[in-house]
Write a protein that binds this ligand. Structure first.
Ligand code: SF4
Ligand code: SF4
Length: 348
């Protein structure tokens, strides 16, 4: 592990040098108020200081909206050849906030579980991540501190923290990070822990929104509230559009289809994002739908984040508090408000 102190200009010059030699993604302003992870080119603006979370989280660069999984062809003798379509190209994702780093760490866990997902892992193993610590909440939707994501650094190869003196503390955490920073002429930092603590203690308190109960109690309350009027309250405004699933850094469900070419002997298999808030997600053959009602779908989604996956993986809440679902929902339905209502219902 190496520690440096760099100026903003030194850091930006380094990112631009990396982008000239690699496929590098960084949040770029898109339209009036939103950001997205775009490939950095010579004219891209790199500014580390402030951006609200991108509409789509960076982890989706590792599991695209639609991807080809394999191609197949059957020859005249009936022998079938299958060719997997693995993406092993190297990429760097820079400017990743702690909430999104936690999202990536959780996805690593999910996609390694059971039969490891070769497609996700091929991209993940060929991806370097440069994380960035927050010293103020992104906006009024964020609640990262309430779900223990604020200081998540696992998964980053290099992690950057703005420190009180105006410099940036650059923590090189992995051998890949060492490779990316080889040759930099930044000042060595001799007291990284003191500087990190200085940055953390200078943050506002509370940092973003907080639940009216500590996180372990919050999770227990969500689990206990299977029967609650709250499940009907917010969902009255829901269009079942599935946007909250698609923008979530810890939603990973997908659907798989095979497409046959006109020769009826070759084709491909692909997968595309799916979402548990969509009306037909839990429909099975014969037409039965296990979650036909929007309230049942919302209860399932909230429990996946606060009960089911936390119980399975024992890694705490699976909601990272990025605030994207509330920010992007046309009806302003916010998982933070739903959980807060469940807690308050319990205290009445
Ligand atoms: S984004 Fe909002 S309207 Fe769309 S499914 Fe989610 S909660 Fe419902
Ligand atoms: S549930 Fe909402 S706030 Fe939580 S991680 Fe997903 S998008 Fe972010």
């Amino acid at each position: 592990m190496s520690y440096y102190l760099a100026t903003k200009k030194e850091l930006i010059d380094w990112i631009q040098r990396l982008a000239a030699e690699n496929q590098l993604y960084f949040p770029e302003k898109h339209g009036e108020a939103s950001y997205r992870f775009n490939r950095v080119g010579p004219k891209s603006e790199i500014q580390f200081d402030r951006y609200i979370p991108t509409v789509v989280p960076p982890v989706k660069l590792l599991v695209p909206a639609r991807e080809e999984l394999l191609r197949f062809r059957t020859d005249a003798e009936g022998k079938t050849e299958v060719q997997p379509s693995l993406d092993t190209s190297f990429r760097v994702i820079a400017g990743v906030r702690s909430c999104d780093l936690k999202g990536i760490s959780l996805m690593d866990l999910f996609f390694k579980d059971g039969v490891p997902d070769a497609y996700y892992l091929a991209r993940r193993e060929n991806t370097a991540i440069i994380g960035y610590s927050c010293n103020t909440p992104c906006d009024e939707s964020a609640f990262c501190a309430a779900v223990d994501s604020l200081d998540h650094t696992e998964g980053a190869d290099v992690y950057v923290t703005p420190v009180k003196e105006g410099d940036l503390l650059v923590e090189v955490k992995t051998s890949l990070g060492e490779k990316l920073t080889a040759g930099v002429d930044w000042k060595k930092c001799e007291d990284p822990e003191a500087r990190r603590i200085g940055a953390v203690t200078a943050r506002p308190e509370p940092f973003g929104r907080s639940f009216p109960a500590p996180l372990p109690d919050t999770m227990k309350i969500v689990a206990d509230k299977y029967q609650s009027a709250v499940w009907e309250k917010h969902v009255k405004r829901c269009f079942s559009c599935g946007t909250c699933n698609l923008v979530c850094p810890t939603c990973y469900c997908f659907d798989v289809v095979d497409d046959l070419n006109l020769d009826a002997a070759s084709g491909n298999r692909s997968r595309s994002w799916d979402g548990c808030m969509l009306p037909h997600f839990a429909e099975v053959s014969g037409g039965h739908n296990f979650r036909a009602e929007p309230a049942a779908r919302q209860r399932h989604r909230v429990n996946r984040k606060f009960t089911y996956l936390p119980e399975k993986y024992e890694h705490g809440a699976v909601c990272v508090g990025c605030g994207r679902c509330g920010r992007q929902c046309t009806s302003h339905i916010d998982i933070f408000d739903i959980v807060t209502d469940l807690i308050q219902e319990g205290s009445r």
